[in-house]
Design a protein around this ligand. Structure first.
Ligand SMILES: [Zn+2]
Ligand SMILES: [Zn+2]
Length: 338
């Protein structure tokens, strides 16, 4: 049962649930604007949790090419909720939103936050209502949604990428360090085909950075099946088409250096989840203040479309040169006994 005195919510909640990355703007935008307006009106209030849950439910739409007006309104309201609720002391050592972070499938939360009813479906049914409705839990969900919509702009997200991402880093780390554990042909083709049709900004950036980290290996004579090169070229070319037209807001020298494949490989997977972004920001000190006047990389530049276009161009250049060498060595047949 939804805990609220607002009669609109029982009508709105099912409509929020239906909003997805595929939703047309004329369906999603009015719902987002309405929800954001109500949250912004009282971001620290008793019912802020309701409007936060609405924006979390619609984050699939908000993370994939939303109308700029809807994105702005949602981010403004979510940030106001974080500001109003996030600093309140509470007696809990953990909150239910943290358990949700490990299973963020391609970042977008499609499950129940429990914020409307004060209860969570199994397997977390024993989590008490007080912890679900705690302002720190509401602020936690607002932080996660903000960071999925606008990656690397939120602080104080708990550290921890999903376990499956750690596994991918370890497999690809073997490859980029020239010490593969499994069959690099299969692992690279699997990675090349891993991009969802409508990726979040973090997932898309991570994919392109990982492709860049692994392309030197794919372009080398270690690869004996050209379908690896074909799959990676196809994957990167398709990913570039998904980049937005957002203008670059960075100063010279603020775009990251991807010259170290081992580092880029780690960043590539950590970019794909809020907990992963928090993990790498902490590990590499991205959150620390730099000396004034010193030229340094801006963490949010990792998701800058202009930066990612340059990265993709470099990757495609390397892969094309690998393909030419492959054909020179093997002829242009499809495969040679891999
Ligand atoms: Zn609490
Ligand atoms: Zn930029």
């Amino acid at each position: 049962m939804i805990i609220t005195t607002d009669p609109d919510v029982s009508r709105l909640a099912p409509a929020w649930e239906r909003i997805r990355d595929t939703s047309p703007a004329d369906e999603a935008v009015p719902l987002v604007l309405d929800c954001a307006r109500r949250l912004l009106a009282d971001p620290g209030g008793e019912e802020a949790r309701i409007w936060v849950s609405g924006l979390v439910a619609m984050s699939g739409y908000l993370a994939w090419r939303p109308e700029p007006e809807a994105e702005r309104a949602a981010l403004e309201a979510l940030r106001a909720a974080v500001e109003a609720l996030g600093g309140r002391p509470c007696p809990h050592d953990g909150h239910p939103y943290e358990a949700g972070m490990g299973s963020l499938e391609d970042e977008v939360w499609n499950g129940d936050t429990g914020l409307l009813t004060g209860t969570l479906a199994a397997p977390d049914a024993d989590v008490e209502t007080e912890r679900v409705l705690c302002p720190a839990n509401v602020a936690g969900w607002a932080r996660l949604a903000t960071d999925v919509i606008a990656p690397l702009t939120v602080r104080r997200i708990p550290v921890g990428a999903p376990e499956s991402h750690h596994d991918c880093i370890s497999v690809l780390s073997g490859i980029v360090n020239d010490y593969p554990y499994g069959d690099p042909h299969e692992d690279l083709k699997h990675e090349a085909a891993s991009l969802p049709a409508r990726p979040t900004r973090g997932v898309l950036a991570g994919y392109l950075v990982t492709m860049n980290a692994t392309c030197w290996y794919a372009a080398s004579e270690r690869i004996t099946d050209r379908s690896v090169l074909d799959a990676m070229i196809k994957g990167v070319e398709e990913a570039v088409l998904l980049l937005e037209d957002r203008p670059c807001a960075h100063a010279p020298g603020e775009h990251p250096d991807t010259g170290d494949p081992d580092y880029a490989n780690q960043v590539g997977y950590f970019l794909r989840s809020p907990g992963g972004r928090a993990e790498i920001a902490e590990y590499y000190g991205w959150d620390e203040e730099d000396d004034p006047g010193e030229e340094s990389e801006a963490p949010d530049a990792w998701v800058c479309p202009a930066f990612l276009r340059d990265v993709a161009e470099e990757t495609l250049g390397e892969l094309a040169s690998g393909l030419r060498s492959f054909e020179a060595a093997h002829g242009d047949g499809a495969a040679t006994g891999a």
